[in-house]
Design a protein around this ligand. Structure first.
Ligand code: C2E
Ligand code: MG
Ligand code: MG
Ligand code: MG
Length: 285
């Protein structure tokens, strides 16, 4: 992964101020180059859509989350954690996001005609800029109509940042989308602003326990307590829960014992090209 992160001034220290400035200047130039490359990446077919399996308590495939991948011919693989924020800044996220949405809907429409795939869901990540865009709801409506995708199989994932600036607008838009039959998932739950009142205010269907809590859950009592609390509150609120970043049998066992419904992580499958998901080998428990 190319490192686009800017240097932390404090970490660099006073004595390295001059060096730091050159490095920072360099980082800014790299950033601008990458932003412009990203603008063209879509036309150049450098972006790919991967899918990561999600399984139920019995280990059966229930759906997948779509995750973007960018392979730049000179830089190599660039992580979405790095290019999504750049795409947000420039607005490129609007066309990229629309492309992901369309691809998801085309796949869902095709699956709807095949009994073995018809029940599978697809989740897409929606960035705040995309969601705030005035035309977003209409865009979703149009793409659903054009593709003929079953709306109930489509899930939109947001992070908690979606509510910081305007809760009312968020709720209004979510309700419009919900009327079409679309479902919502709160991504990276517990890492953001995490006001529990949002769980009540927003018309959510699902929450995803952030992988940072799952990681050390089996050795760290605090993480274990947070995970069990999230599982318990979501059960009380009738929200479906997905555990993100499940890598080990021990993590799976812990989550299973505490009633977790859905699982996603390298233990079940890494993100793979969307077309390969149809060949995903299930390890039914
Ligand atoms: P996210 O939505 O929270 O996605 C989960 C991330 O965890 C993915 O990273 C996935 O590959 C990774 N992951 C899944 N299972 C495991 C595991 O068992 N262990 C570990 N260590 N990691 C695991 P990825 O693909 O690098 O994506 C990073 C973030 O970039 C995503 O976080 C999401 O916020 C953003 N992103 C990706 N695709 C899109 C997109 O199409 N649109 C938008 N707006 N954001 C996207
Ligand atoms: Mg996500
Ligand atoms: Mg997440
Ligand atoms: Mg994330």
């Amino acid at each position: 992964h190319a490192d686009l992160a800017l240097y932390d001034a404090k970490a660099a220290g006073r004595n390295t101020l001059c060096f730091y400035n050159i490095e920072m200047q360099y980082a800014l130039e790299i950033r601008a180059v990458i932003q412009s490359a990203l603008y063209h990446a879509q036309e150049l077919n450098e972006l790919q859509i991967y899918a990561q399996p999600q399984v139920d308590r019995g280990g059966r495939l229930v759906g997948a989350e779509l995750l973007l991948r960018w392979h730049h011919p000179m830089v190599g693989w660039i992580s979405p954690n790095q290019f999504i924020p750049l795409a947000e800044e420039t607005g490129t996220i609007l066309s990229i996001g629309q492309w992901v949405l369309r691809s998801a809907c085309q796949t869902l429409a095709r699956w709807a005609r095949q009994p073995q795939y018809a029940a599978l869901t697809l989740s897409i990540n929606v960035s705040i800029r995309q969601f705030r865009h005035a035309g977003f709801v209409d865009e979703v409506r149009t793409i659903l109509a054009e593709t003929g995708a079953p709306p109930a199989r489509l899930k939109l994932e947001f992070t908690e940042s979606i509510v910081i600036d305007n809760v009312d607008d968020t709720v209004r838009k979510m309700n419009q989308l919900r009327q079409m039959g679309i479902r919502f998932s709160m991504d990276d739950f517990g890492t953001g602003y995490s006001s529990l009142s949002y769980l009540k205010k927003l018309p959510l269907d699902q929450i995803k326990i952030d992988q940072s809590f799952i990681r050390d859950m089996t050795s760290d009592a605090d993480d274990a307590a947070i995970v069990t609390a999230i599982l318990s509150i979501s059960r009380s609120l009738s929200l479906q829960v997905v555990a993100e970043g499940v890598e080990t049998e021990a993590q799976q066992q812990f989550l299973y014992e505490h009633g977790c419904e859905l699982y996603q992580g390298f233990l079940y499958g890494r993100p793979m090209p969307l077309a390969e998901l149809e060949h995903f080998q299930q390890h039914v428990r």
